[in-house]
Design a protein around this ligand. Structure first.
Ligand code: DAH
Length: 341
């Protein structure tokens, strides 16, 4: 029996150190130390020994069991350490490899122009306001003095949501004049940038969706001279000192008198070229003194208060500001184009 015990010890210890992973080691634990294992089987035969031999063998058996148990534990720890080292090596990150640079976005030229416009007006005490793109015809037309039958109210020009022509995509930012008059205390100085929609085909200068910036001042003793002074300043700050402008009479239902402001062509200096279609001038915005009817409908007394307003196309302004030839470039968002600004 002594030999058998020694044999188990040598066998088991060799097998433990040869075990390649935790699973194999556990199988060996069952084989040697388990309830049906070799050592247990041997101990069951102790009964056959003589009374003198029994305690000696018992002691030896215990020694073997302890030796196996502690060898097993040691091997277990070694295997765990090995596995950890292997994992650390295989999952190692080389922190010295240069990173991939993150691709940063780029400000869109039209929004660069808009930010410049906002800065110019905010520095003059204007507030920037925002309003709905889905608008009531009441605000887009009625309260702006454009009564039923006005050509721009036609279904061929405007996107309506209902058959009664009451809800629409705003065709201009001018409804923000009325919305501001209705909720803001006087005097008012606002600009209102945003999207507008018209049934236009896409070409080099048209799009069914485009952007406008509306501006409005209501105060006491406001005159056309304030309008011209402010808009000339806008042109100089946007396009550079010495930018030449001109004001032409025009008609808008919500202003009286009304005008359009042109900027002298940056390409030809007014001589006429393809950029200005031979005109020498590029139209920049519509403006005028707010019609007394519009003030009255918003509950403002035109005998006490007066005001002026303007509306400018943002794409067109950006095109002039950055000398862009085709409106479609503004909407295509080709990175090669956008990154030039
Ligand atoms: N809303 C006009 C348009 O879309 C532009 C405009 C003209 C706005 C005169 C104004 C204004 O505020 O006073 O063509």
């Amino acid at each position: 029996m002594k030999q058998l015990l020694e044999h188990i010890r040598t066998d088991a210890l060799a097998a433990f150190s040869a075990a390649g992973d935790a699973q194999a080691l556990d199988a060996l634990r069952v084989k040697y130390l388990g309830k049906k294992g070799e050592l247990t089987a041997l101990l069951k035969q102790m009964g056959r020994l003589s009374p003198e031999e029994r305690p000696v063998m018992g002691q030896l058996a215990n020694q073997v069991r302890e030796a196996l148990a502690s060898a097993l534990e040691r091997r277990q720890r070694d295997l765990e350490a090995q596995a950890l080292t292997a994992r650390l090596t295989s999952e190692a990150v080389d922190v010295t490899i240069p990173g991939r640079p993150a691709v940063l976005g780029h400000r869109h030229p039209m929004y660069i122009a808009l930010d410049e416009i906002k800065d110019i007006f905010v520095s003059m005490g204007f507030q920037v306001v925002d309003g709905p793109e889905v608008e009531l015809a009441e605000y887009n037309f009625d309260k702006l003095n454009a009564e039923e039958g006005h050509p721009s109210r036609d279904w061929s020009d405007t996107f309506y949501f209902d058959t009664d022509s009451r809800v629409m995509l705003r065709s201009q930012t001018s409804p923000m004049q009325v919305r501001s008059m209705e909720v803001m205390p006087l005097p008012i100085r606002i600009i209102a940038p945003g999207r507008v929609y018209r049934k236009d085909e896409v070409d080099a200068t048209h799009s069914p969706m485009f952007h406008q910036v509306e501006g409005m001042v209501i105060d006491k003793n406001v005159t056309m001279a304030d309008l011209k002074g402010t808009l000339n300043l806008l042109a100089e700050q946007l396009f550079g000192k010495g930018t030449v402008t001109r004001f032409r009479p025009h008609h808008f239902p919500f202003t009286e008198p009304s005008c359009e402001m042109d900027v002298q062509c940056h390409k030809c200096g007014g001589a006429g070229c393809p950029t200005c279609k031979g005109e020498g001038w590029i139209e920049l915005l519509g403006a005028g003194m707010i019609h007394p009817n519009v003030l009255r409908m918003a509950g403002i007394d035109p005998e006490i208060w007066s005001g002026w307003a303007f509306g400018m196309g943002l794409e067109r302004t950006a095109m002039r500001r950055f000398k862009i030839a085709d409106l479609r470039l503004i909407f295509e968002n080709d990175m090669r184009f956008l990154e030039q600004f």
